[in-house]
Design a protein around this ligand. Structure first.
Ligand code: ZN
Length: 139
């Protein structure tokens, strides 16, 4: 199985765990029907947090990408200003961790490879089996 295939499975599971945690309700506008997305707080290109369930926020498609006057991807600066008020502690975590690197000392995996993705999927399954995210990472 290719890395791409495992990544798609990992992101899908990550998205499901995040949306379940927030009860499939948009955390910005409160909408609780229609299509919901999981938004990466720290960009998904940062592989340290790509599958981290504490790095996801449930947003409706409007607040995530479609909104012309406000959306996480359409107006990222406005979104971050909103996010800082929505959860100041989580925002502090974002700032402290946004430049985390796979190459940091002490990491079990130093590159984005299939064993790393498999280990992240295992962690996501454990979080889901435990009923969601119990202690969001705020360190
Ligand atoms: Zn919304």
């Amino acid at each position: 199985m290719s890395r791409k295939t495992r990544d798609v499975a990992g992101i899908k599971l990550w998205s499901e765990v995040v949306r379940e945690y927030f009860g499939h309700a948009c955390q910005r506008c409160g909408r609780a029907h229609g299509r919901m997305n999981a938004h990466h707080i720290i960009r998904r290109a940062n592989y340290v947090h790509r599958y981290n369930p504490d790095n996801g926020l449930c947003l409706c498609v409007h607040c995530h990408v479609w909104g012309k006057t406000f959306s996480a991807h359409g107006t990222p600066e406005d979104f971050l200003a909103w996010f800082a008020e929505y959860d100041p502690l989580w925002n502090s975590w974002r700032i402290r961790h946004k430049n985390d690197s796979m190459k940091d000392e002490g990491r079990l995996f130093t590159s984005w490879n299939i064993p790393y993705i498999e280990s992240e999927i295992t962690k996501l399954k454990a979080v889901r089996a435990a009923g969601g995210i119990k202690e969001p990472m705020r360190d």
